[in-house]
Design a protein around this ligand. Sequence first.
Ligand code: AMP
Length: 482
Amino acid sequence: MKTRKKSRSLPVTHYASLPLDKFHEECGIFGIYGHPEAANLTYLGLHALQHRGQEGAGICSSDRRHLYIEKSMGLVADIFSEKRLRRLPGDIAIGHNRYSTAGSSVLKNVQPIMVNFSLGSLAIAHNGNLVNALELRKELEENGAIFQSTSDSEVIVHLIANSKAGGLYERLVDAVERLKGAFSLLLMTENELIAIRDPYGFRPLSIGQFDGAYVTASETCAFDLIGAEYMRDVEPGEMVIINKDGIKSLKPFRPQKYAFCIFEFIYFSRPDSNIFGGLNVNGIRKELGRQLARENPIDVDLVIPVPDSGGPAAIGYAEESKIPFEFGLIRNHYVGRTFIEPRQAIRHFGVKLKLNPVRKLLQGKRILVIDDSIVRGTTSKKIIKMIKEGGGAKEVHMRISSPPTIGPCFYGIDTPTRKELIAATHSVEEIRKHTTADSLNYLSLDGLLTVVPNPSDYCTACFNNNYPVFSSSEKTEQMALF
Ligand code: AMP
C-alpha cells in the first residue's frame, strides 16, 4: 500500500497564521447504506483508504433512530477496537480519513462532523478543499454562527442549517450551490445516505453494491477489500440519494467544465484503484513511464523506482526502453509517520530511516532512478546521494513521471507554497545541480496528457497554473499567501 513517505510539513508558524486549515485536506471517505454490519464494513473501507489520510479517522452510524459517532486522532486500525465499533450500531454509516500536516493536528478537525439542527441529525464527510470557505465563514459568523473547528468542511454544515429552503434536499442544494472548489461529500441522516460530487469532479467518488447494500468510496480499492462490486462513479454535479426507496440521482447543480485531478493518477490514489470513469491507476502510471522513456531515453544499466511512488512508472520505463528493472532501494514499511515530525533535523533523517540501497545491485553501475514527482527537491537529493554513496553507483540519472510542479493545489492535494516548490523558482538544470543527478528530465505536460483519455477533462493547475476555479474575492488573498 502506498503511504505518505516524504517529509513535507510546512512550518507550524505558517499554518498558525491561517484562519482555516485549508490547503492540506487530502482525505478518504466511505459510506454504506443497508447493511447490518455498516460500521465494521466502513472500518474496513477506511483501512483500504488509509493512504488518503493518516491524521485521524471517524465513523458515524445510524440505527434509524439516532446517529452515533466515534472519532480520534491516529490510524484507523489503532482507533477502532472491537469495543468501539460495537458502539456504532445500525445499517447506515459514513467514515472519513483525514490527512493534515503540522498546525492543525487536532481532534476537533477530525470528521465526520455530526450536528443536530431543525430538521434532525446530520453527519457529513468531505474530501477536497473549498476555495471560498473563508468568505463563507466570515459571512456565517457575521450572522451569528459559532464554529467548532478550523476545517472548511464545517462551513457546509452551517450553510445547510442556515438555509431558508424547505426540506433537506432543497437545503442541501441551496448550500452546495454556494460552495466553490473541490468537494466529494457523503452525508447521512437517520434514514438515508447522500453522495455529492462537485460539478468539476475534482476528487473521485464511486458507488458500488455489496450483499444487498449500497457502498460509496473515494477509491475502488475500498470496494475490493470488502468484496463490493463497482457500479459507477458519482458523476460531477450529481447528488445521489440512497434510502428505503432505492437509489435516486439528481443533477441540481450548474454544470462546469470537468476538472478531474490529474495528480490522483500521478501520486495520490492507490494503483489498484480505478478512478475517473474506471481508469486503472497502475495502468496510467505505467503508461506515464512508457511515455517518459519515449521522451527522455538514456543508456543505463538498470532502472530502479523510488519506492513505492515511482514503481509503476519505472516498470513502464523499463518495458519501453528494454533496460532491466530492479528494486535497488528497499523500503522499511514499519517506520512511523516521520512526515508529521516538525523538526527539520529529524525530517531529513526520515529518508534514511525509510530507504536503504541494495549495494550488490547498484555498485559500479549506471542507474536510472524514477519517481513520480519532485516537490521541494529534498527527497531526490537524498536518494541520489544514497544511491551514489551507499549504493556505490557510477552514475545516477533521474526521470520524473510528471511535469515540473510549479503551482500549489487549492483543491485538496497537499502541496507547499509556491516559493517552496523547487520547480516554481528553479530551472530543470538548477534542480539537477541541486539533486546532484548526472541528468534529470521530467515528463512533458503534452506527454502527460497523451496518457489520459479526454485530456481537457483534467485539472493540471499544479503543472501550468491554470486554475479552474477561484473565489473572486479570495483570489488576491490566496495568491498572496502562496
Ligand atoms: P520532495 O522531497 O518535497 O521533493 O517530495 C517529493 C516526493 O514527495 C516524491 O517522492 C513524491 O512521491 C512525494 N509526494 C508528491 N506529492 C506529495 C503529496 N501531496 N504528499 C506527500 N508526498 C508527496
